[in-house]
Design a protein around this ligand. Sequence first.
Ligand code: FMN
Length: 194
Amino acid sequence: MLLPSPRTKGRISVEEAISSRRSRREFRDKPLSLEELAQLLWAAQGTVLPRGMRTAPSAGATFPLEIYAVVGNVAETSSGLYHYNTFNHSLEKLSGEDLRRRLASAALGQMMISSAPLSLVIAADFARTVNRYGHRAVQYVNNEVGHVGQNIYLQCEALGLGTCAVGAFREEEVQALLKIDQVPLYIMPVGYVR
Ligand SMILES: Cc1cc2nc3c(=O)[nH]c(=O)nc-3n(C[C@H](O)[C@H](O)[C@H](O)COP(=O)(O)O)c2cc1C
């Protein structure tokens, strides 16, 4: 499914987004729009000019990160698991199961994940960066997820939404749930804040 084009003008300045950013853990039962989902995915890992470069920096442009969307309540988008295709700004549906409760359980029962309309999971294929940088790659990939996480935080603020970086989860359980070999590094539930 091709996504709506991202906007590069927002309602607030980057300074306002930085100063209002907080981790938000209580979400309203209000759907996100497809435009909001698309904007968040683009902020996380979309492409920008020059062609092929991305919204977040990457060591040697090795781009080890992949974004998965666990959708529960997003307009025009049925519940399920999706993978974001950076190259053509589209979503590929991987499963039609609403995984939010099971994802919350894998995250040690952090129920904000089951109440949020959406969670973004940032996962890494370390080999892409290890091939170039050897043991330094572990540090680089972990640095990169911080960049992506901050983009999601600031994009949420600019859209009037909230998120929380969740690092406490059982890695193998998340991998099994998403059916991925990549290593999940962050779960970021997103929604309108209560
Ligand atoms: C690496 C990392 C892991 C985190 N994991 C969790 C988590 O599992 N659950 C949670 O509620 N918050 C988590 N947080 C959010 C922090 O608790 C939060 O950033 C901190 O309390 C400061 O609050 P602020 O983000 O509103 O400034 C995590 C933050 C980071 C940077």
